[in-house]
Design a protein around this ligand. Structure first.
Ligand code: ATP
Ligand code: MG
Length: 365
């Protein structure tokens, strides 16, 4: 089976981490027979906007739409704005792809690998997924907020039944697929919101329970208010399996969750819809360390592993899943051996980490 992959390295460390990510995917394709990957590289992002006045050319968007999956590095630079004082141009890429390809689910696996120091003492068994609704919530206001006067500005939170059902259902499906990784092997979807205060959030919570009813007896449900969630995620992260939430809350707790397992360099993500998907590290372009060859490529490489898993499910191609698992196991082995970049306490370069992962894949294929 052949898959076309649109590669968008983007800005800052994007180029370096994507070089690492693509090299690992190419190695996986060589080692595991039964599938092939056709990579096509495209320019997009803040640097491209500086040169051409557009962050995502229409032709590149079309290429993304017609590819089997999108693999993205990092988009955006803090000083490149849509207009002075306005939002970063990264939104013109990220939100365009999320909204127009209906990538409604932000899937962010949070896993603590052996060899990574969590800032939490004596912590083991952190293995959960933050599932962020990706295209409505407070972000539905993107480009449409109102500067009412020189004194007041507003943005609107939008929660729809359809959008909420889609994300919550994906949460329950994901819980079934993961098969219960908590210590007691329960499958649990936890809804986190602010339903005690906001009408929109109470509605999100109601739709959550409507969907949960359909999984009665198969997957358990749980509910935690978002403020309590930031406490509990730090105190007892091992209690969570799938956490499903609104867009803005998901954005925030994703970074908190990443911190528990070694930081942004350890946090992969998928922006997933029913027909399209994009995979990228959860971090940004980290311009302060760009060009030095020291960025952590693991979030990107693990995103590549997620991409193979998604392609496998989408096209019934077990070989791609096998390749994705091989990558993840090689990441675990590499970290355990202490081959790590500076951000997670090592001294290795981006390229050294990628080379070691490829060597581990070859040794354990
Ligand atoms: P964005 O607005 O795009 O999310 P940000 O301002 O939140 O960007 P990030 O690029 O996500 O910034 O990163 C924040 C900091 O974390 C960076 O300055 C960098 O020091 C560190 N960081 C992020 N990604 C990596 C990585 N892959 N390797 C090493 N350090 C990283
Ligand atoms: Mg950020």
């Amino acid at each position: 089976m052949r898959f076309s992959i649109a590669v968008l390295p983007g800005d800052g460390i994007g180029k370096e981490i994507m070089e690492a990510g693509v090299s690992v995917l190419k190695a996986a394709e060589e080692i595991v027979s039964g599938f092939e990957l056709d990579f096509a590289h495209f320019d997009a992002g803040a640097e491209h906007h500086k040169r051409t006045g557009t962050a995502l050319p229409e032709a590149t968007f079309e290429a993304c739409r017609s590819s089997d999956a999108i693999y993205l590095g990092a988009i955006g630079l803090p000083d490149v704005r849509e207009f002075p004082g306005g939002p970063e141009v990264s939104g013109q890429v990220m939100f365009k792809l999320r909204f127009d390809l209906d990538l409604f689910a932000g899937v962010r696996p949070i896993k603590l690998y052996k060899g990574i120091d969590s800032p939490l003492r004596d912590m083991e068994n952190i293995d959960f997924v933050v599932l962020r609704e990706n295209i409505e919530g407070l972000f539905a206001s993107y480009g449409g907020g109102t500067l009412v006067s020189d004194e007041v500005a507003t943005d609107t939170m939008v929660i729809t039944r359809k959008g909420t059902e889609k994300i919550v259902d994906m949460g329950f499906q994901l819980a079934l697929k993961r098969g219960g990784r908590l210590l007691d092997q329960k499958r649990v979807v936890t809804c986190t919101d602010k339903s005690n205060v906001f009408r929109s959030m109470a509605f999100f919570n109601k739709v959550f329970h409507d969907v949960a009813d359909r999984y009665e007896g198969q997957v358990e449900r749980d509910h935690v208010l978002i403020d309590a969630m930031t406490l509990l995620m730090v105190q007892q992260p091992q209690n969570y399996d799938i956490i499903v939430t609104e867009n803005q809350f998901g954005d925030i707790i994703s970074d908190l969750a990443a911190a528990l397992v070694g930081g942004m360099g350890m946090a992969p993500s998928g922006d997933i819809g029913h027909n399209h998907a994009m995979f990228q590290p959860a971090h940004g372009s980290a311009p302060t360390i760009a060009g030095k060859g020291i960025a952590n490529p693991l979030a990107t490489i693990l995103s590549g592993s997620m991409m193979l898993d998604w392609l496998s499910d989408q096209h019934s191609c077990p070989e791609a899943k096998k390749a994705g698992e091989l990558i993840e196991q090689a990441v675990a082995r590499t970290v355990k051996r202490g081959v790590k970049t500076v951000d997670i306490g090592g001294t290795s370069t981006t390229a050294e980490v990628a080379e070691n992962i490829i060597a581990q894949m070859k040794a354990h294929a």
